[in-house]
Design a protein around this ligand. Structure first.
Ligand code: CUA
Length: 173
């Protein structure tokens, strides 16, 4: 089969480019620990209020027996529930998100928090807020007419202030 010289060069260039990208993906996966979200956990979105974990009085921040911080939040058109939470800075916190209706996303600027919230699944992201301050929680998947207004707030309190306020929680690193 005859292949034009120029055509051959372009296909080599294209294949070379693909090769570089594959190597970059392998490098980041093997050496930098970057993986596609793999936490697959299902939940019945229509029965969240009846579920043990995402019942209304179970939402927000909680600390388990091992001193781990958990935040459970429900996304629904057009808000995140609870609409406001307070958490300590420099503390590892695992967020668990569920949707009560359609596809939503959650993005907290200046953190690694950016995930889709797919109905029927639990999205889990562990993060640390290095700095105290007020952070917006924004929906970043188009979910309907009120999408632009779907947001809530997180206040990140300096760690020493948090410990002074909640001495019963002890020192957690
Ligand atoms: Cu929820 Cu956009």
């Amino acid at each position: 089969m005859h292949i034009d010289v120029l055509e051959k060069k372009w296909s080599q260039l294209a294949l070379g480019g693909i090769g570089v990208l594959v190597l970059m993906i392998l490098f980041s996966a093997v050496f930098q620990g970057m993986h596609a979200p793999s936490h697959v956990e299902t939940i019945d979105s229509a029965k969240l209020h009846l579920s043990e974990e995402f019942a209304e009085d179970n939402l927000g921040l909680s600390i388990d027996d091992q001193g781990r911080y958990w935040v459970r939040m429900v996304a629904g058109r057009y808000n995140f529930f609870p609409g406001f939470i307070e958490v300590p800075a420099q503390t590892q916190i695992t967020f668990r998100w569920v949707s009560m209706d359609v596809l939503h996303g959650v993005h907290i600027p200046m953190t690694n928090m950016s995930t889709m919230i797919v109905p029927g699944y639990v999205a889990e992201v562990t993060t640390v807020f290095p700095h105290a301050g007020e952070y917006p929680v924004l929906c970043n998947e188009y979910c309907g007419m009120g999408h632009d207004y779907m947001w809530s707030n997180i206040r990140v309190v300096p760690k020493h202030e948090w410990q002074a306020k909640h001495p019963e929680q002890g020192a957690q690193s």
